[in-house]
Design a binder for this molecule. Structure first.
Ligand code: AP5
Length: 288
């Protein structure tokens, strides 16, 4: 498979290339500069049946880790609202809009950013949702309001979600994952001091960048985030179950094991969809 960059350069896709894709993403995450729209520099190639997937689950359950594995396999665009906000926090204060400054304060405390700010930021990147290679949404939607906005946008564009994957994990394991997480400040790769340590302490294996602990991974903010999840995001499980697109994956085991479970569910869905299409074709044929 190949990626086409904004410059039209075709890049062969393999696991070891993830760091260069991420470096492209770093620029894209900065968002619109002046009047130019936010651009995804590593645009997935067009696919006949692109995957349009939402990753759901409590903070720290492993959505970002799975998203990185899934984009390599499904060749889809990755949009993480948390990454976009964190990237905005690196900008100079004079470059941050008042709404973004307020959003970063919510984030530091572990609270959810208001829907209007989140939706504005997602709309700036709507090409990511509409591209013909599909998408992996990680951390969005997170409230019923955001889910309704997404549904409306997709209905208007005559697009459908392929699946919503809900990752489940006991709370004590979630807290352990969050408190041990370290993130690369350059390419955003994620490590865990206990389970997935870097080869050299505090140095990214992929790009040599410095690894830091997120402000919202400190104990007080973790408690607030878990409460916000229960109150605002957990109701989305029922919402997507009612829409018939929910798949549940128990996020225990290594990232590779969780990924294998995820792919098994998606492959099964893919086969069912194909069967469904054959049924429909048979029905069409018998009526002509
Ligand atoms: P966001 O960045 O989305 O954070 P989150 O949802 O809280 O999720 P995390 O990134 O903390 O965890 P994750 O599930 O991705 O786990 P990860 O793979 O890193 O949002 C941050 C903030 O931004 C929010 O609190 C809010 O303020 C704001 N925000 C963002 N989107 C918003 C929205 N739509 N609406 C409103 N506000 C919004 O893994 C965690 C750790 O576990 C890592 O160390 C990893 O190495 C390790 N790990 C992963 N998988 C495994 C495994 N299988 N085994 C062992 N360790 C593992």
């Amino acid at each position: 498979m190949t990626f086409i960059t904004a410059n039209g350069v075709a890049l062969r896709k393999f696991i070891g290339m993830s760091a260069s894709i991420k470096n492209d993403r770093v620029e894209w995450l900065q968002g619109p500069a002046g009047n130019s729209p936010a651009k995804c520099l590593a645009v997935p190639e067009e696919r006949k049946n692109p995957w349009r997937v939402v990753l759901l689950g409590a903070p720290g359950v492993g959505k970002g880790t799975q998203a990185e594995l899934l984009i390599q396999r499904l060749n889809a665009c990755h949009l993480s609202t948390g990454d976009v906000f964190r990237s905005a926090s690196k900008r100079l204060a004079c470059e941050q809009s008042p709404a973004m400054k307020a959003a970063l304060e919510y984030m530091r405390r572990g609270e959810l950013v208001p829907d209007s700010t989140v939706w504005e930021m997602v709309r700036e990147r709507r090409h990511c949702l509409l591209n013909c290679g599909g998408f992996i949404l990680d951390g969005f939607p997170r409230t019923l309001g955001q889910a309704e906005s997404l549904r409306e946008l997709m209905e208007n564009e005559k697009l459908a979600l392929s699946a919503v994957i809900n990752y489940e994990l006991p709370i004590d394991e979630i807290v352990q994952r969050l408190s041990g997480r370290r993130t690369c400040e350059k390419c955003k790769s994620v490590f865990n001091v206990k389970d997935r340590p870097p080869k050299v302490e505090a140095v990214c294996d992929h790009c040599g960048g410095h690894l830091f602990q997120r402000e919202d991974d400190r104990p007080a903010a973790i408690t607030v985030r878990l409460e916000a999840y229960e109150r605002s995001t957990a109701p989305l499980i029922e919402f997507y179950k009612n829409l018939g697109v929910l798949l549940t994956v128990v996020a225990k085991g290594s990232p590779e094991e969780v990924f294998a479970q995820t792919m098994a569910k998606l492959d099964r869905l893919d086969k069912l969809d194909k069967l469904d299409q054959v049924d429909k074709l048979d029905q069409v044929a018998s009526h002509t």
